[in-house]
Write a protein that binds this ligand. Structure first.
Ligand SMILES: [Fe+2]
Length: 275
């Protein structure tokens, strides 16, 4: 099973001198086609918002590039995608469903989870509680080990040294991220969680579930002064997962693909009493 992944393309924006990321997207689409991947996964924030007319034009340009991929595509919505455009706009432009989806990938399933990504700069992202029910039910529905994809990560991992989020870590995740982790831990069926949004490659393990984030296609802060031109390939084969990210910020991770319920993860020890 192979998934080609791209995220945080951030095409457009008000700076006319900014790096033109369309060539990276074009290369990614041709590469995914050559590899005959089972799925092309865009984890969101494909545009940088300007105004409705510009955003429609920029998203439309990307949609035409993505449409060259002949197989199944998933386009999650990121916070920048929805400032001026509706879910229906994205559905119409990209020709793919806007809501949550459970995708059958044979030995595994991809649960595309799309709680609100509307960022309120006063309070951050909204709680995910209403949307968490869909995720819990989808996990209950099928015993296969699951991969979850969301634009915004929920691992609670440190943002120290992250250009955008070290001093804004409340904008890096959902306010109820701990409740999300707790809800998916209950059934023990999740093996992996994939996200974008935080513009770096990262992996962390929470109670037996690997949470990974993938570098933005156009980000520069880890590869100054050049753009990362990042995209990735996830392969799951015989209970081994391998995620490779290409471009100027490359990384490869390989680990057992096992649902968290297959091994007991003990409760962390309580705080040591201090004198
Ligand atoms: Fe984002």
């Amino acid at each position: 099973m192979k998934i080609a992944i791209i995220t945080d393309i951030h095409y457009g924006g008000p700076d006319p001198g900014a790096f033109d990321v369309r060539a990276v997207v074009d290369k990614f689409v041709h590469w995914a086609q050559r590899l005959e991947v089972d799925l092309l996964l865009d984890l969101g924030d494909r545009i940088d918002e300007v105004d409705r007319t510009t955003d429609l034009a920029n998203a439309g340009e990307l949609a035409r590039i993505f449409a060259r991929f002949p197989g199944k595509r998933v386009h999650l919505r990121g916070n920048h995608d929805v400032v001026n455009l509706s879910f229906g706009d994205h559905e119409a432009l990209f020709g793919t469903p806007a809501g949550h989806q459970a995708i059958d990938l044979g030995e595994t399933r991809l649960l595309v989870w799309q709680p609100s990504v509307l960022l309120d700069r006063a309070v951050g992202f909204p709680e995910t509680q209403p949307e968490l029910r869909w995720l819990s039910r989808a996990l209950d529905d099928d015993a296969r080990p699951a991969i979850i994809a969301s634009h915004i990560p929920v691992s609670g991992a440190s943002m120290i040294s992250n250009y955008y989020f070290e001093h804004n870590d409340d904008f890096a995740t959902y306010p109820d991220h701990a409740a999300v982790r707790s809800a998916i831990a209950d059934g023990g069926r999740v093996a992996m969680w994939l996200s974008g949004h935080v513009h770096w490659n990262s992996i962390t393990q929470v109670a037996g579930i690997r949470h990974l984030t993938i570098q933005s296609a156009s980000e520069q802060f880890t590869t100054m002064p050049d753009p990362a031109c990042a995209y990735g390939l996830l392969q799951v084969d015989k209970s081994i997962a391998r995620l490779e990210v290409f471009g100027r910020d490359p990384v490869t991770w390989e680990f057992p693909f096992v649902p968290s319920g297959d091994r007991r993860w003990p409760q962390p020890r309580p705080r040591v009493p201090r004198p």
